[in-house]
Design a protein around this ligand. Structure first.
Ligand code: PLP
Ligand SMILES: N[C@@H](CCOP(=O)(O)O)C(=O)O
Length: 467
C-alpha cells in the first residue's frame, strides 16, 4: 500500500514510512492511494472474530508489505491484551434504537488507547530495524497525551514531548500524563494557550528544517495515519454485532480533530454499510458550521466541560476535503494555505456535496450535554462522560430512521471528568482500581510560554539527535 500527501507534493511512502513520518513534508496528511474494499461476503466472514484477530484482518491491506500477516496478528494480540474488557470495545444497549460503543477500557480510559497501544508497538518494531531514534512531538487537549505516554514510556530509541494547554485539561487527565516519570517522557504545559496553539506548534516543527535536520520528528496525534487505521476496526466490530453487512448502522461521534469520525468514513469506503456518520461538536462548532453551511472559519476556543473537544482547527478535516473534493493535492494545498493565513475558508460545492452524502452534524451546548448525561442515567443507569453525552445528544436528535440502530462512540470513562458528571447526575464516578492512587503520585512537568522558539529550544536540548 502506498500513501500520498493531501497536498500533493511530498514523496509517496509505504506504511512503515508514513507511520514514522507522521506529517508529510509538504504540510499535508498521508492517506492511502486508494481505499481497499471488502465484498459483502468478506465482511460477513468477519463476524464473531475476537477483536485482535478482526483488527489484523481489517488492517492488513493498509499495512501491505511493512509487516507479515503473522507479525501483525502478534502485535494486535499484544496491544489489546492490556484492555480491561474481553470484548475490547463492548457494545451496550440504551433503548430500542440507541447503543453505546465503549471505547474506554484501555490503560488510560479513553478511545485513544485503541490506536496508541498499537502505535507504540509499531514504533518499536520499525525502530528495531535501524534508522534514527524518534523524537515524538505531540499536542493534547487531555486524552491523546496520556494514551501516547503510556504507549511509549520506557521504550528504547524514542522520546516523547507532549504539549498541553495549561489549566485546560481535567485534573485526572493532567496527572495521567505528568505522573509518568520515565526519562523518555517530557510533559510541557503551555501557558495561555489552547489545544489549537499546541497543535500549530507541533505542525510547525515538522516544517522546521533546522529541527528535522537534527532530529527524526514523529507524531502520535491523529495526523499520523496509523492512528486512524486502528480506529477503523471498531466501526466494523460494532456494525457486525448489529447485523452488518445485511443491515445498516448509524454512528454518532463526539468530534474535535475529526480523526475518530474520519475512521468511520474509511470503514464506509471499505464497504461497511453505514447509514450516516453524525458529527457531534460542543460549542466549539467549526465542524458543525462547515458541514451544515460550508463555512470553515475558526473562532476563539471556548473552554467547556468536554475539554478534549475544545478544538477549532480540525486537522483531519483536510483528509475528508481531499477525498471528497477529487483528490487534487495542488488545489487543496492552496485552499489550506489560505486557511492557515486567514483562519477562514469556504468549502467548494464538490466538497460540500461529497461530505453531505454520508455526514450529518449537530452541536450540543452545556445544558444539552448535561441533559444527555441525565437521560442515559435515567434510561439505563449508565454514567456518561461529557464527550460521550455530546455524541448521544446528536444521536437522539439527528432524525435517523427508527429501524436503524444508532451507535454513539463512548470515547472516555466518566471518571476522567467526574466533576462534570457529578454536577449533572449527583453521582461521582469512581476511578478504576488501577488508577486509584493517581492523586498520591509525584508529578513532573515544565511550564513554557506559548512561543515556538522556546518549545523548539526545549525539545532540542532534551532529544536524542539523528545518527
Ligand atoms: C474523550 C474524547 N472524545 C472525543 C474526542 C474527539 O475525537 P477526534 O479528535 O478524533 O475527533 C477526543 C479527542 O480527540 C476525546 O479525547
Ligand atoms: N482530543 C485530543 C486532541 C486531538 O488529538 P488527536 O491526537 O486525536 O489528533 C486529546 O484529547 O488530546
Amino acid at each position: 500500500m502506498e500513501y500520498v500527501s493531501t497536498r500533493g507534493s511530498a514523496p509517496a511512502l509505504d506504511f512503515e514510512g508514513a507511520t514514522l513520518a507522521g506529517l508529510a513534508s509538504d504540510g499535508g496528511l498521508y492517506v492511502p492511494r486508494e481505499w481497499p474494499r471488502f465484498t459483502e461476503a468478506e465482511i460477513a466472514g468477519l463476524a464473531g472474530l475476537p477483536y485482535a484477530e478482526l483488527a489484523a484482518r481489517i488492517m492488513q491491506p493498509f499495512v501491505g508489505d511493512s509487516l507479515t500477516p503473522e507479525r501483525l496478528r502478534e502485535l494486535t494480540a499484544k496491544a489489546y491484551a492490556r484492555f480491561a474488557h474481553k470484548a475490547v470495545t463492548p457494545l451496550k444497549q440504551l433503548d430500542e434504537q440507541q447503543w453505546l460503543l465503549e471505547l474506554f477500557h484501555g490503560p488510560t480510559l479513553a478511545f485513544k488507547d485503541v490506536a496508541l497501544q498499537l502505535l507504540g508497538l509499531l514504533f518499536e518494531e520499525f525502530l528495531s530495524r535501524g534508522g534514527d531514534p524518534l523524537t515524538i512531538v505531540g499536542a493534547t487537549s487531555g486524552d491523546t497525551g496520556s494514551a501516547a505516554i503510556d504507549a511509549v514510556a520506557g521504550r528504547a530509541r524514542v522520546d516523547i514531548f507532549m504539549l498541553h494547554p495549561k489549566g485546560r485539561v481535567s485534573d485526572v487527565q493532567r496527572r495521567q500524563m505528568t505522573t509518568v516519570l520515565s526519562p523518555n517522557v517530557h510533559n510541557i504545559a503551555i501557558e495561555g494557550s489552547s489545544f489549537d496553539d499546541a497543535q500549530a506548534i507541533v505542525k510547525r516543527m515538522f516544517g522546521d528544517t533546522a529541527m528535522t535536520g537534527r532530529f527524526a520528528i514523529g507524531a502520535v496525534n491523529s495526523i499520523n495515519w496509523a492512528r486512524l487505521m486502528a480506529q477503523v476496526v471498531y466501526y466494523f466490530a460494532a456494525a457486525l454485532q448489529l447485523g452488518a453487512p445485511h443491515r445498516k448502522v448509524a454512528f454518532a461521534v463526539p468530534t474535535g480533530n475529526f480523526g475518530d469520525v474520519f475512521a468511520g468514513y474509511v470503514a464506509a469506503q471499505m464497504g461497511l454499510p453505514i447509514e450516516r456518520l453524525i458529527v457531534a461538536t460542543n460549542v466549539n462548532d467549526i465542524l458543525h458550521r462547515a458541514l451544515s453551511t460550508g463555512d470553515y472559519s475558526a473562532g476563539t476556543v471556548t473552554p467547556t466541560a468536554a475539554p478534549s473537544m475544545d478544538i477549532q482547527v480540525s486537522s483531519n478535516f483536510e483528509r475528508l476535503l481531499f477525498d471528497v473534493g477529487g483528490r487534487d493535492g495542488k488545489a487543496l494545498a492552496a485552499q489550506m494555505t489560505g486557511f492557515e493565513a486567514t483562519r477562514a475558508m469556504q468549502l467548494t460545492n464538490a466538497q460540500r456535496e461529497g461530505a453531505a452524502r454520508l455526514f450529518t452534524s449537530a452541536r450540543a451546548d452545556p445544558d444539552q450535554m448535561a441533559q444527555a448525561i441525565r437521560w442515559a442515567f435515567d434510561a439505563s443507569g449508565e454514567l456518561l462522560d461529557p464527550h460521550t453525552a455530546i455524541g448521544l445528544h446528536a444521536a437522539r436528535t439527528a432524525g435517523i430512521d427508527p429501524a436503524v440502530p444508532v451507535v454513539t462512540l463512548a470515547t472516555a470513562h466518566p471518571a476522567k471528568f467526574r466533576d462534570a458528571v457529578e454536577r449533572a447526575t449527583g453521582h461521582r464516578p469512581i476511578l478504576p482500581a488501577r488508577l486509584g492512587d493517581l492523586f498520591e503520585r509525584e508529578e513532573r512537568l515544565v511550564d513554557l510560554p506559548g512561543d515556538y522558539d522556546a518549545i523548539a529550544a526545549y525539545v532540542a536540548a532534551h532529544a536524542v539527535p539523528r545518527g
